[in-house]
Design a protein around this ligand. Structure first.
Ligand SMILES: Cc1ncc(COP(=O)(O)O)c(C=O)c1O
Ligand SMILES: N[C@@H](CCCC[NH3+])C(=O)O
Length: 434
């Protein structure tokens, strides 16, 4: 059994997190329930920040809020001195509603709407990460209308194929994101934005993918970009103040995953950028990163109640829980793997192998295949680990299942930070036939 952060077993023999008994949590707040170990999120945030401070490099650690965006989470990010990456009007609205300092917000996205860009400009956010030629024109027009000047980064694709699931590759040439560095698009974009007085071009951004376990991809990306920066310094007298290398740092979901320390990614990246800029006599840019999963992923667990089970003789036993792909779509979408225990009796001898099914009307709604467990009964509490990133944020109402509540646990204190959806919420936007 592997425990993350403050997760462990208490005197009652129950799983606890943040000093709070998970069986009590399930009783008080119902299931399914997302629970976060706040101390672990703080530890992860401080780890990234410290890694930069130790190397004495100007930096911003921007929390990629797509991993888990709620008002309380954004406030926690601010408490920890992080910047914030948002990718939609909804995430930006959440940040503003949370009172997050707009100057530390970076806005991403491959198809930001006019309304979203206007919202970003009106709130004077820190920077807009420009993704494509269409956006350059749109942003220019809006800035002219509003007589505004914005900080921008150009998102470039450096042609890196990170070793991860195909669907979460983003740094390769054939990508819907960004300007390609090698086929001349990035250079063409730079020439355009440098001419526009509405833009203050801070530098470049790239994101090579997600759930990456090696530093090689980041270093290769840095090398390609810094080499290009040297060419651009000579051609256009442009020197980047900022180099944003995105997020994507991998975490441990199961025992097969062997992540490296955040400080390792950071120190390898810094070493590489320092050495490259030195060689090419470029000034050392600020390094920005955008971790999402690695800040919140292993700090979250989901509690479910067990329900029906079905034996397929000689094949397998299915055990159904009261959630599924509606609260965690990652197994169906990416064949993502998770580990889990019975939270109400984690120390019971493991004597069964069961496959955890969700309750959605979809054969692919399976949370975990072949999970070793003590023989489960009806109404046991199943705790699935490492659901803190892209769980709540990708939750949906398929089969009109209400989305679960979210609780923050810290120092023995449980705080409800997102209420459970109700059936009234489910029909709230529906209009009857007239
Ligand atoms: C531009 C950008 N930045 C940051 C992230 C965060 O990635 P992760 O949660 O893997 O750290 C993503 C998602 O992959 C992204 O697309
Ligand atoms: N949502 C994905 C990762 C994509 C990240 C955004 N570019 C996941 O659950 O792993």
């Amino acid at each position: 059994m592997y425990f993350y952060g403050t997760t462990g077993i208490n005197n009652q023999g129950h799983l606890e997190i943040g000093g709070v008994d998970t069986v009590q949590l399930a009783k008080e707040f119902g299931t399914p329930l997302y629970v976060y170990d706040v101390a672990l999120i703080r530890e992860r945030a401080r780890g990234f920040k410290k890694a930069f401070e130790e190397q004495n490099v100007k930096a911003q650690v921007a929390y990629a809020s797509k991993a888990f965006s709620t008002v309380a989470m954004v406030q926690l990010a601010e408490e920890e001195g992080l910047s914030l990456d948002v990718v939609s009007g909804g995430e930006l609205y959440t940040a503003i509603a949370a009172g997050f300092n707009p100057a530390k917000i970076h806005f991403h996205g491959n198809n930001k709407s006019r309304e979203e860009l206007e919202m970003a400009i009106d709130h004077q956010i820190g920077c807009i990460v420009v993704d494509n030629f269409f956006e350059i024109e749109l942003l220019k027009t809006i800035c002219q209308e509003k007589n505004a000047k914005v900080n921008i980064l150009l998102r470039v694709t450096p042609g890196i194929e990170a070793h991860t699931h195909d669907y979460i590759l983003t740094g390769q040439e054939d990508s819907k994101f960004g300007f390609d560095l090698q086929n001349g698009q990035a250079e063409k974009a730079l020439k355009i934005v440098l001419k526009e007085k509405q833009f203050n071009v801070l530098g470049l951004h790239c994101h090579i993918g997600s759930q990456i376990f090696e530093t090689t991809g980041f270093l290769l990306a840095a090398k390609k970009i810094v080499n290009k920066l040297a060419e651009w310094r000579d051609q256009f007298s442009f020197e980047a103040e900022v180099l944003n290398l995105g997020g994507g740092f991998g975490i441990r979901y199961t025992k097969e995953d062997e992540p490296i320390q955040p400080s390792q990614y950071v120190s390898d990246i810094i070493k590489e950028v320092k050495s490259l800029t030195n060689q090419l006599s470029l000034k050392m840019p600020e390094i920005w990163i955008e971790p999402g999963r690695s800040l919140v992923g292993d700090a979250g667990i989901t509690l479910y109640k067990t329900g029906s089970s079905k034996e397929v003789p000689g094949v397998r036993k299915y055990l159904a829980v009261d959630g599924g792909m509606s609260d965690n779509i990652r197994p169906s979408l990416y064949q993502a793997k998770y580990e889990a225990v019975l939270a109400n009796r984690p120390l019971d001898p493991v004597n069964e192998t069961v496959s955890i099914a969700g309750k959605c009307c979809e054969s692919g709604d399976m949370l975990i295949w072949d999970l070793p467990l003590p023989e489960p009964g009806y109404d046991d509490i199943l705790a699935v680990f490492c659901t803190g990133a892209y769980g709540y944020s990708m939750a949906n109402n398929y089969n009109r299942i209400p989305r679960p509540a979210v609780v923050f646990a810290e120092n023995g204190q449980a705080t409800l930070v997102v209420k459970r959806e109700t059936y009234e919420d489910i029909v709230r936007l529906d209009l009857p036939l007239t």
